[in-house]
Design a protein around this ligand. Structure first.
Ligand code: PMV
Length: 362
């Protein structure tokens, strides 16, 4: 599918006057990371992620038809019960980017009510869950205007729109594993939207656990846009993009065969590579904190001592995602409680696991 396939044409607004739609959309954690993009939000390499469950955004989109289509976008944002003017510029930018694909948006006034299941300043990015939830609500409006669209088209276009808000949001529509970015060994993979991992998943990777250790709950030190731009003219950029493509090939096999030892090695290498890219860019950034390293050391020690398949991954920040198979839940929870929580801010953490993706809420 190309961009043109996502342009809504020949629609009639008479039947769609007012109403609301709600979606609960999850966060996701990348196993092979997306870092580096070109305009408009086209990834420099394919990525693959686990879709989470407990970390999510609940968004209700209320819409009311205007008397006349307006010159500007008419919307308010209510975040966790409070009107937030400071959220508007980001949404406005998003609406501008998607307008040619959902041209009806200028004919409506919107109230966007949104809340996260995780604390706002927890260092967990809400852009993936937030943008995907909003994209899904808009797709409900499109479905009203064009009831013939299939579930597949609905999801692909939701992912396509979400991507234009935040790249990784393209991976927050479906689950449990999503690939975003074209890869020659993955049929139907695309730079424009995420697709469900199209092969069978080994039972060991079902309901995979992700305990997020909140090491630093501060504001992001590097914005996503700035971070991705650091890959332009980065001395190792081409090698990195090539490595990511190779890691997608390897991981595709690992996920089907259930090779946990290789999974651990690849996932940790991806996390450290993401940070290595930031440490070697100009300007450079160190986003890990001393406690991030302490946790990594402890995880490696525990693995050595017990033969566990525990591993870690990182986002562009100091928090640590501890990944492990469901069957190790009890022993690893004890380990986390006894040995890792001491390194978290106020001992805070979030237990999550993989799931099937966004849910419509009635
Ligand atoms: O979606 P963005 O533009 O915020 O980029 C997210 C990038 C990482 O979270 C660091 C990696 C990834 O693939 O999710």
């Amino acid at each position: 599918m190309t961009e043109k396939d996502f342009i809504l044409k020949d629609f009639d607004l008479t039947g769609l006057t007012s109403g609301s739609f709600s979606w609960e959309s999850p966060s996701n954690i990348a196993l092979v990371k997306y870092w580096g993009k070109s305009d408009p939000q086209i990834p420099k390499n394919p990525s693959i992620s686990f879709t989470l469950n407990n970390c999510h955004t609940l968004t209700t989109l209320e819409y009311k038809k205007n008397e006349e289509p307006s010159d500007d976008y008419r919307f308010e944002v209510i975040f966790e019960g409070k009107k937030r003017g400071d959220f508007k510029p980001k949404i406005e930018k998003f609406l501008k980017r998607i307008e040619s694909y959902v041209p009806f948006i200028r004919s409506y006034s919107f109230i966007i009510k949104t809340e996260n299941s995780f604390p706002h300043s927890s260092g967990i990015a809400s852009s993936a869950s937030g943008m995907s939830a909003l994209a899904l609500c808009l797709m409900n409006m499109e479905k009203k205007l064009n009831p013939e669209i299939t579930k597949e088209y609905f999801n692909r276009k939701a992912s396509f729109l979400a991507r234009l808000g935040s790249g990784s949001a393209a991976r927050s529509i479906e689950g449990e594993l999503v690939v975003w970015g074209e890869h020659r060994e993955i049929p139907e993979s695309s730079d424009l939207y995420g697709i469900k991992f199209p092969f069978k998943i080994h039972p060991d990777f079902r309901n995979y656990q992700d305990t997020i250790l909140l090491v630093d709950k501060g504001q992001k030190q590097v914005s996503s846009t700035l971070g991705h731009n650091l890959m332009i003219d980065h001395p190792f950029a081409e090698q990195r993009f090539d490595q990511a493509r190779k890691n997608i090939s390897a991981l595709t096999k690992i996920l089907q065969e259930g090779n946990l030892k290789s999974f651990v090695k690849l996932v940790e290498s991806e996390a450290l590579t993401l940070h290595a890219m930031m440490m070697t860019s100009d300007p450079n950034f160190i986003l890990m904190k001393p406690n991030t390293l302490k946790i990594i050391e402890k995880i490696r020690e525990y693995r050595k001592q017990t033969g566990s398949d525990i591993c870690f991954t990182l986002d562009a920040g100091a928090n640590v995602h501890v990944l492990f198979p469901e069957r190790e839940k009890e022993s690893i929870n004890t380990f986390i409680n006894n040995e890792l929580l001491a390194f978290c801010q106020k001992k805070q953490y979030i237990c999550d696991h993989t799931d099937k993706g966004a849910k419509e809420v009635n």
